[in-house]
Design a protein around this ligand. Sequence first.
Ligand code: PLP
Length: 503
Amino acid sequence: MHYATMFELLGVKSVTADVSLPDVPTLFEESVPGRIGVSLPKESPDTEDLIGELIPEAMRRTTPLGLPELSELQVVRHFTRLSTRTFSVDTTFYPLGSCTMKYNPKINELSASQQPFVEAHPCQPPESVQGLLRVCWELQQWLGELTGLPSVSLQPAAGAHGEFTALLMVRAYHKERGEGQRTHVLVPDTAHGTNPASAARCGLEPIALKSRGGRLDLDELQRHLSERTACLMITNPNTLGLFETQIAEICRRVHEAGGLVYLDGANFNAIVGRVRPGDFGADLMHLNLHKTFSVPHGGGGPGAGPICVKEELAPYLPVPRVKKEGDVFTLEEDAPHSIGKVRSFLGNIPNVVRAYTYIAQLGIEGLREVSSHAVLNANYLLNLLTSHYHVPYGHRCMHEFVIDGSAQRQLGVKALDIAKKLLDYGFHPPTTYFPLIVPEALMIEPTDTESKETIEAFARVMREIAELAQSHPESVVEAPVTTPVSRLDELGAARNPIVAWPM
Ligand SMILES: *Cc1c(COP(=O)(O)O)cnc(C)c1O
């Protein structure tokens, strides 16, 4: 059976996903004894003497290291070939809900690879890295302005790490006010799994709140508020792609009960430049620079999860803090109320530079356009799919929406099967089985830079799959059939890891 790939659907004939490549052997299989990629100078007798002095006899290697022996060209071809076998935002539409897989403008990479940034050593004294500190300080200012929460730390390495850091601050804040009994963290049932996990890791107690009609229910909130409430962790817009329209009243009630409001800012792409969480009552939040601010992510690569807090909470921020005194940028280490350090040095600096470049390029007007395109794209796609799929919450959405695939499930086609089938058409699947309150969930987020044609091509394929689920369900269930490998044993790698080093 022939499947039109994403590129064919878009009328691009010359770029198709090449799945007919022979299997890529491992570097060890390609190894030829004696072949080299780089010529190193011969070891001098001096080096040998030095090794003799520095490394005790018992710790010296007696057998060769067992590295593969290859030419530079072999290595380049190996990795280039492998890189074409995966999905990325640079090759395909990547509508992964919640994770906001944005296009990563190449100018970000140009900035981040500038020699002074690349070669700076984290232990250099502040006076020798004034330019880098200025980038950090200005980004802090910008994020503070965009969120309405002016005190910022760039240290956390990811969103979940930002949650953890901010919750440590929440705990320190209550303790210092003599209210150490405040340990309850209220988390709506639509929340990302990292929210309750971060609370538990901080020694706080996550408590689930049932949502109603896809939004937080005020009565449910009121029932759980008490003198034990440390904070509410809320995502807005939430993971169903709905704006919490009662957010101001929600924040008022939490504050009235003596608690703080933590905003999970992973969905900031939908509101950036338009809504400032500090204005609707949030006290602390994290941002994912690798989502909203176009830093590449995925595959466990480094992210960046700055936290922004209201001024009253600034004393608790991690150290060191980048400050500006007159025209000089400094690192403040001495902060008696600080929760301390949460990461080595200042954070993931290359990502700070990428986000800085992105914001500097767009300016506030550009960012406002980003959020309007993100929301417009999602609503357009939602509209193109409702003829074939059930979207239980909202006929209008923010930047993403969630399909309930129960009808397809009845035909024997699971959300997972639909996701796998998309691979045959050259599309990366959306997020599946999240949020948990939607059965057979497919969570779709077409980001701001996607064209009308791409969105329409994806919608055509989604509708075709819905029709196949009716007429030939077996052809969806067996997918993918055009990828280098078909269904993988998803638990195998975790249960039976092969970590042996071939010698
Ligand atoms: C991605 C995400 C997180 C966690 O962020 P990481 O950077 O992946 O640690 C938290 N909440 C929501 C809603 C998210 O989408």
